[in-house]
Design a protein around this ligand. Structure first.
Ligand SMILES: [Zn+2]
Length: 365
């Protein structure tokens, strides 16, 4: 069994990857949503009474991924579920967006170090005696693949060393402005502004194939250093594959997928589920990327706040790439996703939401 549950993480991600058997389940936690969404994520995590996580992956420093993570590592009812943390701190960026991100990164660094968690254990070259190396992809050679308890394998696709290095000067600048020392860690929890609603034009009416082609022609590129540093990976278990895209940049993911194609001997690797990068932003999805992904089922994790994700152009690109027959699993019914549920079937796209009364959506690969 391999499944992903999307928790109500606001405009961010909080994802539980579950694998193994009913009698012996194992889990990976990927991010913990925004701080504003933390109460909802916390309630869902507490509902899953016996969870422990083989690894807690904090994909990058943006608040919609790290905000809840800071709260989780402080939480007396949850922190014991975590032993291993994968997170690229300043020390990893220096060796190897969001203006609040690196400050939150310092605060997370403090919690990992003082909390006694294993940090990037097994990754080389080690940052220090107690801290493993960057979680990322080397310039050459096979992709790093980590065997996890319970028989799953996590194969890294992003970031590259270059992406981490690009974030380092930004991190330095931001934390110095906050009177902190890069890499030293910091106490507290710097909050983020209240989310807002961004208004975008409605879906074309009618939503027909010509409209899809027109929408899909819109291109954009994500230049955020923080997003570029995202830890993206494939979870393989029992012949199934799930791609966890974090907020990774499309060219970086495409580079990783070319190497993954060589690993599995498939020119366009098959995936059972793909968690769309950056909440379905058009800036993180390209035709070149989709040419390297054979999948029909996509996870969209966002409530649409701040950035009005997912972008219509991104969903249109996916429909266009596969000629329809695709399903989008969305953890929120919003003004962005509801129109696709209504009009998507006419162009070959189905939208699935959490069942009434449920806050989370679990999708089996
Ligand atoms: Zn994000």
């Amino acid at each position: 069994m391999l499944a992903v549950e999307m928790l109500p993480a606001g405009h961010g991600d909080a994802l539980v990857v579950e694998y193994g058997t009913a009698a012996d389940p194992h889990r990976i936690l990927v991010d913990a949503g925004t701080f504003h969404a933390w109460d909802g994520v916390r309630a869902e995590l507490l509902r899953r009474r016996n969870d422990r996580y083989e690894v807690f992956v904090i994909t990058h420093v943006d608040e919609d991924h790290i905000g809840g993570a800071l709260a989780l590592l402080d939480d007396p009812d949850l922190r014991h579920r975590v032993d291993h943390v994968w997170f690229n701190g300043y020390v990893h960026c220096a060796s190897g967006g969001n203006v609040l991100g690196p400050v939150n990164g310092e605060q997370l660094t403090r919690r990992i170090v003082t909390g006694g968690f294993h940090w990037n254990e097994g990754f080389t070259p080690r940052a220090s005696a107690g801290v493993g190396g960057p979680v990322g992809v080397p310039r050459n050679g096979p992709l790093p693949a980590v065997n996890l308890p319970g028989g799953a394998c996590a194969v890294l696709l992003s970031p590259t060393g270059a992406q981490l290095k690009r974030l380092a000067p930004v991190w330095q600048r931001v934390v110095v402005a906050a009177h902190l020392v890069a890499g030293a860690g910091a106490p507290g929890h710097t909050g983020s502004p209240r989310p807002h609603v961004k208004h975008v034009p409605p879906l074309p009416n009618p939503l027909d194939h010509a409209a899809i082609t027109c929408l899909a022609a819109k291109n954009a590129a994500d230049s955020s250093e923080a997003n570029g540093s995202s830890i993206a990976f494939v979870v393989e278990h029992g012949g199934k594959r799930v791609l966890m895209g974090a907020d990774a940049h499309a060219p970086v993911l495409a580079g990783g997928l070319q190497r993954y194609a060589a690993r599995v001997g498939e020119p366009r690797p098959r995936f059972d589920l793909v968690k769309l990068a950056h909440h379905g932003s058009n800036a993180n999805i390209s035709t070149a990327l989709l040419d390297l992904i054979d999948c029909r089922r996509f996870l969209v994790s966002t409530n649409g706040d701040n950035f009005a994700h997912p972008d219509d152009a991104a969903l249109a690109k996916i429909i266009e790439a596969y000629g329809g027959g695709v399903t989008f699993y969305c953890n929120y019914r919003t003004g962005r996703t509801e129109p696709w549920a209504l009009h998507g079937p006419g162009v070959g796209a189905t939208v699935t939401f959490p069942r009434p009364g449920k806050q989370a959506l679990r999708v089996v690969a």
